[in-house]
Design a protein around this ligand. Structure first.
Ligand SMILES: N[C@@H](CCC(=O)N[C@@H](CS)C(=O)NCC(=O)O)C(=O)O
Length: 212
């Protein structure tokens, strides 16, 4: 199995961390759909990261769908989403907000990195920034009401997605996605990022070996 995409992408990163937690072995190929376009296109001409190449050659795209595939096969002790309906609804809400942070921060990153300066549409960038902050504000409030566990084996898909999103958004917009503004969020992510499985999948650089 091969996971294609760079770990700078929060979608690729959350997939890699979750696969390790599911106990799924994979090879990581750090290709960018932008900077390594030709090599990426040979694997997946749709140029979407993450792309997961299954052992039978089928290629899955979209982190949510990839993770759904493995969640549905995981043994109960490996599952990353709660089975109980209210707990699951809470986890899905956190994941939805965290994915909104990813999506809007990624739009800002595209504007900053991929579009010539004179072609940028500033009102849309400002709107995306407002959405990132709104989602972080909701997440901060949710963490106050339901403080999440940071124990190694208790961080589920919500915590994984939250950490990948926050770390990415902080890299893209450090002044507005700042620990001083969202102390609970930042404190949680700091602790989670120090866990071995997160440290083995850094947001920059190569994936490190991991005793699954
Ligand atoms: N909803 C998708 C979003 C994936 C996504 O947008 N990935 C970016 C990299 S961060 C990408 O493939 N960008 C290339 C493009 O959209 O052309 C997921 O969860 O996997």
């Amino acid at each position: 199995m091969q996971l294609i995409g760079t770990l700078f992408s929060p979608y690729v990163r959350r997939t890699a961390i979750a696969l390790r937690r599911y106990g799924v072995a994979f090879e990581h190929r750090s290709l960018s759909p932008f900077d390594d376009r030709d090599a990426f296109a040979q694997i997946n001409p749709v140029l979407k990261a993450p792309t997961l190449v299954l052992d039978d050659g089928q290629k899955l795209i979209d982190s949510g769908l990839i993770l759904d595939y493995f969640e549905s096969q995981a043994k109960p002790e490996r599952r990353l989403l709660p089975a109980d309906a209210p707990d699951r609804a809470h986890a899905l809400r956190i994941i939805g907000l965290a994915l909104a942070v990813c999506e809007k921060a990624a739009q800002i990153a595209y504007e900053q990195k991929r579009r010539p300066e004179d072609k940028r549409y500033l009102p849309l960038i400002a709107r995306s920034a407002t959405q990132v902050i709104a989602a972080c504000t909701e997440l901060e409030a949710a963490m106050e009401r339901h403080p999440p566990s940071v124990a190694n084996d208790r961080v589920g898909l919500a915590g994984i997605t939250l950490a990948a999103s926050w770390t990415f958004a902080h890299l893209v917009m450090p002044d507005s996605v700042a620990a001083a503004s969202f102390p609970r969020l930042a404190g949680f992510v700091r602790q989670v990022e120090a866990l071995p499985v997160f440290a083995s999948v850094p947001s920059s650089g190569a994936i490190r070996s991991w005793p699954s």
